[in-house]
Design a protein around this ligand. Structure first.
Ligand SMILES: NC(=O)C1=CN([C@@H]2O[C@H](COP(=O)(O)OP(=O)(O)OC[C@H]3O[C@@H](n4cnc5c(N)ncnc54)[C@H](O)[C@@H]3O)[C@@H](O)[C@H]2O)C=CC1
Ligand SMILES: CC(C)CC(=O)C(=O)O
Ligand SMILES: [Mg+2]
Length: 367
């Protein structure tokens, strides 16, 4: 029997609600397979700061180091609430970025998927959704502006200033580009390279390295697109994209737009893959303070992140597929959570928990 230790970091806001549904799904997978999941919960995020004085306590650091995989709910507070925590200890800076660095999860995969049959979820017209949306954003996750040198101060004239550096070296760029080329080679053999080389030197180096890496993947056709134009193209014709690769901040912004064209960030799972088999899995979105504790959150993003864990960390492709199918069946039966069941949509509203129950039901019946 295979045994895996999974660190469960529920996080803040809607984190605990959606994590509960994900854990229910993992328990079903465990019961139906020759596998044992040791689920170990640990504090992480703003809630950990208030309870343990640190948003990434030492016990959590030790757990993520020893776990076979980590699943993480979103962390963070509303703009107003976040003022209760000193800037440098806020969960994004004090926990999320350090987690990414610790596990060196340089490759972030963010699928943006909506079958044609669910085109009504999207704010785009059905003719724009066309045959459906099925693309994947590959985002560099441990470099760039978010990790570069930062400095705030007051100059000799008493004027406040800030400096933040966008830093990459060629090895970081190579590593993420190899991931993207491999994925493109396994899919439609088209790679959209998203950059801003008309302004940023970092994009100039990125593109130089891309030309070199591309030599190893002659079967992949590269399409260069400036990031601002890519934002428009995602709305006007998402069907033209398959695999998109980009640096950290571009990926942060465009992947939220990905959630927008689907109709909800609740449809955005992700995998954050590192070196030496290290990985963690999290929804692409934040802690949604506006709906936290109301059973309105869509747990698809969390359950989908767990399906990605089954596939990428444990090699359980068939089980992962069944989880995706179970979630799609809930939608196909005409249900969703509050984000995608607005009055007049014809979609029946489920609570977060009821959505999880239906996924479990489908898995048990058809899995
Ligand atoms: N990886 C992480 O832990 C991330 C944390 N954050 C943090 O989250 C906090 C809130 O950030 P916001 O800008 O409000 O972005 P957000 O992603 O939390 O929410 C944006 C909108 O999407 C909705 N939404 C998000 N997830 C949903 C779900 N599963 N189901 C239904 N609706 C959903 C929210 O209700 C809200 O209207 C901030 O403190 C931010 O720094 C933001 C992004 C990622
Ligand atoms: C702290 C942010 C970089 C988190 C975020 O928005 C993301 O990973 O998408
Ligand atoms: Mg983001």
């Amino acid at each position: 029997m295979s045994k895996y230790k999974i660190a469960i970091l529920a996080g803040d806001g809607i984190g605990p609600e959606i994590m509960r549904e994900g854990v229910k799904v993992l328990k079903v997978i465990e019961q139906r397979n020759d596998v044992e999941f040791e689920l170990v919960e640990a504090p992480f995020g703003a809630s950990a700061y208030f309870s343990h004085g640190s948003s990434f306590p030492e016990q959590t650091q030790a757990l993520v180091d020893s776990a076979d995989a980590v699943v993480k709910g979103p962390i963070g507070l509303s703009h107003e609430e976040s003022k209760k925590i000193p800037v440098d200890q806020q969960p994004e800076r004090g926990a999320l970025l350090p987690l990414r660095k610790r596990l060196n999860t340089y490759a972030n995969f963010r699928p943006v998927y909506l079958p044609k049959s669910l085109a009504h979820f999207s704010p785009l017209k059905p003719e724009v959704v066309g045959e459906g949306i099925d693309l994947i954003m590959v985002r560099e996750l441990v470099g760039g502006l978010y990790f570069g040198h930062k400095e705030m101060g007051v100059d000799e004239n008493g004027v406040r200033y800030v400096r933040e550096q966008l830093e990459y070296d060629e090895n970081q760029i190579k590593a993420i580009l190899h991931e993207a080329f491999k994925l493109a080679g396994a899919r439609k053999k088209v790679l959209h390279n998203i950059h801003k080389s008309n302004v940023l030197k970092s994009s100039v180096l990125w593109n130089e390295v891309l030309e070199e890496v591309a030599q190893a993947y002659p079967e992949v056709n590269v399409v260069h697109t400036l990031v601002d134009a890519a934002a428009t193209a995602l709305c006007l014709n998402p069907g033209q994209f398959d695999v998109m690769v980009m640096e950290n901040m571009f990926g942060d912004i465009l992947s939220d737009q990905g959630g927008g064209i689907l109709g909800s960030l609740g449809l955005m799972p992700s995998a954050c893959l590192g070196t030496d088999g290290k990985a963690y899995y999290e929804p692409s979105h934040g802690s949604a303070p506006d709906i936290a504790g109301k059973q309105m959150a869509n747990p698809y993003s969390m359950i989908g992140s767990m399906a990605m864990m089954l596939e990428y960390s444990f090699g359980m492709q068939d089980e992962a597929k069944k989880v995706w199918q179970a979630m799609q069946s809930v939608f196909a039966d005409g249900y969703s959570t509050a984000d995608l069941s607005k009055p007049g949509s014809g979609v029946q509203m489920l609570s977060t928990e009821a959505f999880g129950d239906k996924v479990v039901e489908h898995l048990i019946k058809h899995g």
